[in-house]
Design a protein around this ligand. Structure first.
Ligand code: SAM
Length: 448
């Protein structure tokens, strides 16, 4: 049993933009919300994995006591103040082109989602949910049920709480796009202006190529067909073999900042080398564990001047070598040139987490791979909530962010509500020790 060490369960304070973040992970979205605090943004996450909860607690992020998204709803006191719903539900591959199973799963989700739409009152919604639930409970893959949870929350907020979420943000891997497109239609019928688009993380200054299917919806019953503004690229799109653009930075006191440009000017992509300059002093090449083009021998390679490939839970399988080229410019891989593999801190940096992010407990690589890159979250939240691009200073605040247990020199007011007691599973490794925790096992855990 969970021993309650705090007087009352963590709950979302009332705020202009109070976010309930479903399937919150280590906080890829919540950490961005923290950076946007001055705009009236607060967030609380729902997350069931104890290791991930330990990381969240160490980072000072609020997490509900109830762990399972399916066991909680919008009327619960811990989340009742929320005006914004966000979520990255775990999803299977809804591969339409590929497997029969993927196709079947997609058909099921679309059909069940439709069943949850267009209800005028609580009783009719409850009857529909009961049917949907008994069907998803019987499925072998419970992820089908998870992807429908945000819809349940959206409908219950409107019909039971009597206060619909003002903004909804959902994100997932690209194969989930057909589900988001279906949700867009349902949300429009529910009173939302809604759109879903594919975003490329390197377009937003994340030192990694990763594609995310993102849905943004804003409650606007009179205008459900209006355009929904999406984040606009600030950085160059990566393409294999493409030249990196020359920098458009100006230097001032040694700091980089972006000059304002009209038109479509973008910055060069941010490379692995840029992100890891504190720990990787010479050029390197990263050799992926995965083959590309269907050939296991043709392992993907990225040089330190390029963004990283998608960071997954298997990030530690990537090998790194000193960059060495032969006379014809071909990369030469030699075992004696192999370097240390990526640390958790480095993998976090490639996901645009702050260097001081307090990764905790077990399966750290999986936690990191699961997350939405915080820098992308800044773009998404800023557009979804404020309808404008992020403020320049937020990028610096994100980079320099440190956990709150350390004394802050800034004049920011103390934030008492943001510090739930770390759960008993956390291994309070000191911040300096957490700089290079080994993925997984060696991160001590006193989990019972
Ligand atoms: C894809 S990750 C989301 C990451 C998150 N959006 C972020 O940026 O850090 C999905 C998360 O959902 C959690 N999860 C899965 N099923 C859950 C459930 N029923 N209730 C609560 N959390 C759940 C997993 O442990 C995992 O951390």
């Amino acid at each position: 049993m969970h021993t309650m060490t705090h007087p009352s369960p963590p709950s979302l304070p009332s705020a202009k933009f109070g976010i309930v973040d479903l399937f919150a992970g280590p906080g890829g979205l919540d950490i961005a919300a923290t950076i946007m605090k001055d705009e009236g943004v607060e967030s609380i996450g729902v997350e069931w994995d104890d290791a991930t909860r330990a990381t969240r607690a160490a980072a000072g992020l609020l997490t509900t006591d109830v762990k399972d998204v399916a066991e909680l709803g919008p009327c619960d006191p811990s989340v009742v103040e929320a005006t914004v719903l966000t979520g990255g539900p775990p999803c299977q591959s809804f591969s339409v082109a590929g497997s029969r199973k993927g196709h079947q799963a997609l058909d099921d989700v679309l059909r069940l989602a439709t069943r949850l739409a267009d209800h005028e009152d609580e009783a009719s919604f409850d009857a529909a949910w009961k049917e949907v639930k008994s069907e998803t409970d019987a499925m072998s893959d419970d992820r089908t049920g998870f992807v429908l949870q945000p819809l349940r929350w959206i409908m219950e907020a409107k019909l039971k709480r009597g206060r619909p979420y003002e903004v909804v943000v959902l994100e997932q891997v690209q194969t989930v796009m057909p589900v988001w497109q279906h949700f867009v239609k349902i949300l429009r019928r529910t009173g939302y202006a809604a759109e879903a688009h594919m975003l490329h993380t390197e377009d937003f200054g994340v030192p990694q190529t990763r594609r995310r299917a993102v849905l943004i919806a804003q409650f606007d019953p009179e205008n459900v067909h209006r355009k929904v503004r999406f984040p606009e690229a600030t950085h160059q799109r990566y393409r294999k073999g493409a030249e990196r653009l020359p920098p458009t930075h100006d230097h001032e006191d040694g700091a980089l900042f972006r000059t304002s440009h009209g038109g479509d000017d973008v910055e060069p992509w941010v490379s692995m080398g840029d992100a890891l300059q504190a720990t990787r002093t010479s050029e390197f090449v990263m050799v992926s564990n995965y083959g590309s083009g269907g050939d296991p021998k043709n392992r993907g390679r990225r040089e330190s001047g390029e963004p990283a490939p998608t960071i997954t839970g298997k990030v530690r399988r990537n090998r790194l070598y000193h960059l060495r080229k032969d006379a014809s410019g071909e990369i030469v891989i030699r075992s004696e040139d192999e370097l240390d593999r990526l640390s958790a801190q480095e993998a976090g940096l490639l996901q645009s987490f702050p260097a001081a992010y307090p990764w905790r407990s077990t399966d750290v690589a999986q936690q990191i791979g699961n997350a939405i890159p915080p820098r992308l979250s800044l773009h998404i939240l800023s557009m979804a909530l404020l309808r404008e691009p992020p403020q320049e200073k937020w990028y610096r605040l994100l980079k320099e962010w440190r956990p709150q247990e350390e004394p802050t020199l800034s004049s920011a007011p103390p934030v008492a509500v943001r510090r739930p007691t770390p759960p008993q599973t956390s291994a309070p490794v000191s911040s300096s020790a957490s700089v290079r925790p080994r993925t997984g096992a060696s991160a001590k855990s006193s989990a019972k």
